[in-house]
Design a protein around this ligand. Structure first.
Ligand code: CP
Ligand code: NVA
Length: 321
């Protein structure tokens, strides 16, 4: 090795457990890269690698302890488009499901793959995995947060002509993991969030404070119409997240927060409707709104691929400084 310092060759390891791990400059770089890559491959077959194939030879290991359609397929196709590949370990067929420790799993996978994505229940498991891994760990959803989803959501808002600073976003429904990451994004990009939730289902105050400390105005209201009035973006999610009980009292409490035609008319005329999916049409959103021209949920779903490619590149030190 000619005059080289071995440390110069050490791979970059950037975990993406929450949006704050990357910060505003890196997420802005991700959004720009995602738009460029998406435009450059318009009309191509979905699995054809991008012209530069920046992750040729790289492998992503994906751990799933919960169900997934979008996260699973978008990471797999995203890796193919970057020139690499992905494999899946699910709890039913891997030793993780039989009690092998997170620490040992992290150390073994770090010898075999170049990055790890984990979807699990307890956020502490993702943190423990990152602690013991020597390759980047990406949060593909925990009970606490869903940062990859929100990079795709930001991309979708920007693509639909919304400037993030000062934007008014209304959240209707459960104060859950997706809302937590929206609040984190609000603090980073200085947009405002009107959270319309039933009493007892508010988001964790830690995320509200994170948003406010970043300069976002956050209003928590128990009045759905107050939340929706004047909004640029209306967002909802399932009333019952994975791992939660389908409790009848929760469903009853959520009913006034269903996104329907009347709520949409209170928002700005050019407001867009977002939902991370899977949707329960007839519960958190009416069919009328879900199928309307204001609904951009399938752009949002596609953008999981484009957003995650940029997250992967950032995590591996190939984007954003
Ligand atoms: N939105 C989202 O994360 O979808 P999946 O649960 O299908 O991955
Ligand atoms: N809040 C939902 C999001 C699914 C993508 C859940 O955790 O089940």
């Amino acid at each position: 090795m000619a005059g080289g310092d071995a440390l110069d060759l050490a791979p970059v390891v950037r975990n993406f457990l929450d949006l704050g791990d990357a910060g505003g400059d890196a997420i802005a770089a991700m959004l720009a890269d995602a738009q460029d890559r998406k435009a450059a491959r318009a009309g191509w077959p979905k699995g054809k690698p991008d012209a530069d194939a920046p992750l040729a030879g790289y492998v992503l290991g994906m751990i799933f302890e919960k169900n997934s359609t979008r996260t699973r397929v978008s990471f797999d196709i995203g890796m193919r488009q970057l020139g690499g590949s992905a494999l899946i370990l699910d709890s039913g067929t891997s030793q993780l499901g039989r009690g092998e420790s997170i620490a040992d799993t992290a150390r073994v996978l770090s010898r075999m793959v170049d990055a790890i994505m984990i979807r699990t229940d307890d956020h502490a498991k993702a943190e423990e995995l990152a602690h013991h891994a020597s390759v980047p760990v990406i949060n593909g959803l925990t009970d606490r947060s869903h940062p990859c989803q929100i990079v795709a959501d930001l991309l979708t808002m920007v693509e639909h002509g919304k400037a993030l600073p000062g934007l008014e976003l209304a959240w209707l429904g459960d104060g859950n993991n997706v809302l937590h990451s929206i609040l984190e994004a609000a603090g980073i990009f200085k947009f405002n969030v009107r959270v319309g939730v039933p009493k007892g289902y508010e988001p964790e105050m830690e995320f509200v404070e994170l948003a406010r400390n970043g300069g976002s105005q956050v209003t928590i209201t128990h009045d759905a119409e107050e939340a929706a009035r004047g909004a640029d973006i209306i967002v909802t999610d399932t009333w019952v997240s994975m791992g939660q009980d389908h409790a009848h009292n929760k469903i009853a409490a959520m009913a006034p927060f269903q996104v329907g035609g009347k709520l949409m008319t209170l928002a700005k005329p050019d407001a867009k409707f977002l939902h991370c999916l899977p949707a329960h049409v007839g519960d958190e959103v009416t069919e009328e709104v879900f199928e309307s021209s204001q609904s951009v949920v399938f752009d949002e779903a596609e953008n999981r691929i484009h957003a995650q490619k940029s997250i992967l590149l950032w995590s591996l030190g190939l984007l954003g400084g």
